[in-house]
Ligand binder design. Structure first.
Ligand SMILES: [Zn+2]
Length: 404
């Protein structure tokens, strides 16, 4: 979505000029919708450091905000986004809405407003703890399976309560594990899982093991049970390293400059940017990042526009869609099917097994039940063309109907 109507004219002028003058000469001038005097200071710094901004044009960025809502900082950030017609995703930490917490009514109203103004509401869990092993300086932590289930259920309940059940009616349902753990374990954590025999990895490199982890993560399976896809991020604003309260002006200037610069990185198709709406710095910085970014041609896309690029997000490891989690289950069943077929082939000395293998091109053998199944037959899994599938797999629904 082009949200920079306010500076369309100046934007056109900039790119017209840029084509002659080379944008590196920084022949750009943007204006702040809030007449913020910091804008000029940020632009002056960008110019003085000769930062390359050629690739900003048409860079697609989706803004996400975690850990809110805060009754102090979320509303001004939301107002700034709405003023600029930028649609974000808010990953709510629902413990903020739990009984006994201050200003619950105000926070629930903020979430309603977010939804009504076209932002996505997503779950960041109930309490802000890790959904799988997380190694901190002094200890290992992470929810057990039953704790995770309770946390997800409580989060969904409170989000529906805050939104009069509109949360569940959103067409896009996203979850983000606190710290990303459960979807994005570190190398050290994967090694520790291996040592603890929590999961078995076949791959060698961290990337291979991370991919395997995602195919068998119990935490991901649990959120898939609630129809959630997991959305991580590939652009960290680094606001975690800043204090909760407003930092000094020079820190804000550097933060805005570095964030705009990161948004112009041409290496990624879509940037999913991680912010925290509980940090005061973002009250000051988000309007500036949005104004300078829009002026330079950055396209701040909505959650719907972002999810239309699923392939790219999945390839980049940012999105682990509900479908890919379900597919992973089917792959496992497939692997068992292949293994059994191989075993059947190895047993070809045995006349009965040989005839079974011969007739098996369109049937599947269940070692557990000691019998073969034809197309569209099965019990916990369904056979089709010699392979086992999950009952809800598109191949089964397409070829066998939805009788299961
Ligand atoms: Zn968080």
């Amino acid at each position: 979505m082009k949200n920079a109507q306010f500076c369309k004219l100046s934007q056109l002028t900039i790119f017209f000029l840029a084509s002659f003058l080379n944008i590196n000469s920084h022949a750009f001038s943007c204006r702040s919708l809030d007449n913020d005097p910091l804008l000029k200071k940020v632009i002056d710094q960008i110019k003085s450091e000769n930062i390359h901004l050629e690739s900003c044009k048409d860079s697609k960025v989706h803004l996400t905000f975690d850990d809110g809502p805060s009754d102090k900082t979320t509303k001004p950030i939301l107002d700034a986004l709405n003023k600029r017609k930028i649609k974000a995703t808010f990953f709510i930490t629902t413990a903020n809405l739990a009984s006994g917490k201050p200003n619950i009514n105000i926070k629930e109203q903020i979430i309603k407003n977010q939804l009504q103004s076209g932002h996505l509401i997503a779950s960041h869990g109930h309490e802000h703890n890790s959904y799988d092993l997380r190694i901190t300086n002094s200890r290992e932590e992470g929810y057990s399976s039953s704790e995770r289930k309770n946390q997800i259920a409580e989060s969904v309940r409170l989000l529906n309560k805050a939104t009069s059940s509109q949360f569940d009616k959103q067409s896009i349902k996203l979850f983000r594990f606190p710290y990303g753990r459960g979807a994005m374990p570190s190398q050290k954590e994967i090694e520790e899982m291996e040592r603890m025999k929590k999961l078995i990895f076949k791959g060698e490199s961290y990337a291979e093991k991370l991919a395997e982890y995602r195919r068998q993560s119990p935490a991901l399976f649990q959120i898939a049970d609630y129809n959630f896809s997991h959305l991580g991020w590939n652009l960290d604003s680094n606001d975690s390293s800043l204090p909760m309260s407003m930092p000094a002006e020079n820190v804000v200037i550097d933060y805005v400059k570095e964030n705009v610069q990161a948004m112009c990185n041409p290496k990624k198709d879509i940037k999913v940017a991680l912010y925290h709406d509980i940090k005061e710095v973002n009250v000051r910085a988000i309007p500036l990042i949005a104004d300078i970014g829009s002026c330079l041609g950055i396209d701040f896309i909505s959650g719907q526009e972002m999810m239309a690029q699923k392939t790219s997000l999945t390839r980049d490891g940012v999105l682990i869609s509900l479908k890919s989690t379900m597919k992973a289950t089917v792959e496992t069943v497939d692997e068992i099917g292949k293994l059994l077929n191989d075993l059947n082939k190895q047993n070809k000395q045995c006349p009965e097994k040989k005839s079974l293998a011969k007739t098996n091109t369109n049937s599947c053998y269940s070692e557990y039940l000691k019998k073969s199944f034809n197309n569209c037959e099965g019990q916990s899994s369904i056979c089709y063309n010699g392979k086992w599938y999950g009952k809800e797999d598109p191949t089964i629904i397409l070829n066998c109907g939805t009788k299961y």
